[in-house]
Design a binder for this molecule. Sequence first.
Ligand code: ZN
Length: 254
Amino acid sequence: MSKHKFSIVLALCFLVLLFVIRADWGWYILLFLGFIGITSWGSFDIRLNYFLKAYSNNPNENDKRIALTFDDGPHEMTDKVLDLLLQYNAKGTFFCIGTQIEKHPDILQRIVSEGHTVGNHTYSHSKSFGFFSTNEVEQEITQTNTLLENKIQKKSLLFRPPFGVTNPNVAKAIAKTGHSVIGWNIRSLDTVIEDESQILERIKKRIQSGGIILLHDTSLKTVNVLEQLLLFLQSENYQMITVDELLNISAYEN
Ligand SMILES: [Zn+2]
């Protein structure tokens, strides 16, 4: 049973209890607001595993191994990211958007040929993703999987929802497509924070073995942060590997 279903059962039990003890109407409102609050929190924090199981890190990792993940490409900036990864002998995981794959198929090829992993990050990366029906979510995923299959001849098994949003519809769609959902436990906020050193410090503070770092290969700012981050990880003797290797799961269908 998912945490969401458990919450529904719990809320219904409280509802019956309030009815039995003839509670004041204010308690019903409190119960309602509490349920809405917990559900919203569960939607926006993928680490809670509220609606579905998502991998946010590998808590059993004993070696100094960490996964760098890059969302929203392939993009003009991806080449600079790939140059840095090559320079520091690091491997990364790229969660690609379908419309971006159509714009930069050559960059996608480079990502794969240099030994990095590619995952599915929907076709349109719509801001309304959280309101999509199960069918719409499924279509977003299969459309990008078909694109990936055509371009790199691999059937992707890794999925990261846009904005890390999960809900019952995303959970149902994932159950159909069979993807592993990949979250993160180290959020760089590289699309929110302007100051590069602030982003770097934020990541450095949270570095730990088995961690999954969320970055975006869409700005020069992130490229600059990445260079400093790779220097730091190298000096700390970290090995930068793909998420599938870190989590010991398959990135592609055989
Ligand atoms: Zn994204």
